[in-house]
Design a protein around this ligand. Sequence first.
Ligand code: FMN
Length: 326
Amino acid sequence: MRFCGSEVESRFFLAPMAGVTDAPFRAVCERYGAALTYTEMVSARALTYQDEKSGRMLRLPEGHKPCFAQIFGSDPDVMAEGARRALEISGAQGIDINMGCPVSKIVGNGEGSALMRDPKRAEAILRAVVRAVPVPVTVKFRKGFEGGSDTCVEFAKMAEQTGIAALCVHGRTRAQMYTGASDREVVARVKAAVTSIPVIASGDALSARACMEILRETGVDYVMIARGAEGNPFIFRDCLRAAEGLPPERLSCGELLDTLLAHARAMAEWKGERSLVEFRKHGLWYLGRLAGVKPFKVRMSGVSGLEELEALCEEIRKEDPAVKEV
Ligand SMILES: Cc1cc2nc3c(=O)[nH]c(=O)nc-3n(C[C@H](O)[C@H](O)[C@H](O)COP(=O)(O)O)c2cc1C
């Protein structure tokens, strides 16, 4: 099937997550079946300043599956220039615009979900970016800004008219941050209101079962997996199986540890071995799938080198703890 000009293998995408969906993690998820991925969000303004760290976040490895580079900002001209830079650096298959980030620092600058309160500016940004780059442009936003508001349907209709190629709605308001349930009913209303471009759902895609329910109940074209993939890239395999009517494949402790180590090695290679400090949270998420491993978790939270991590995994392997269901 085709999504925004790219061939995608399924309806299951890896969502953008700042501090999480870097190249090594995206590659692990791709291996388990993520059909399309997003980079972490990157500041358009920083890109226009040639900021090195922002640029590094957009480097894509060879042989990657379709990937969209996500940028955030509030000024249409800066966003257009940021999008051009993002594309130049990444060679990504498309540019995604963040209009959903709820973090105060971002919102305070009129960026991320703040744009849902300023649809005129949001529209100007979308039009400017669509004009600026020769690849598909998409946008990700929330149910609304204030608690209880559901401006997303109007927002989606506005966005559809700007020339974007797809949109993604997260069924929580900015006020909810990441708490409470994601509203599937409002996502279904967005899907019904948008007829000319694909709609992606985000929110509470925490298991293959949940992903299948979201697709069925909302009628959306694709579902984006975020927290459900943390320490659990296996969710994509479960989703591919669920789409075939099959139950999840039983995950063994050995496979979990092999994947953890492959992920850590890829991270050390991509960012240098010092990045293992950054890997700790991933390690802890993986160990979250194992029963009775508290002392190992304490050690994981202090791990700082590959050899140390390998030795720790060997000890866990010997104990062969049970793998918890998701
Ligand atoms: C740690 C973290 C970082 C995130 N960073 C981004 C981001 O950079 N861009 C974005 O559009 N959404 C970001 N999100 C939101 C997710 O993409 C997703 O919409 C949200 O987590 C809801 O899905 P879930 O309930 O299945 O986790 C982030 C979420 C988390 C938990």
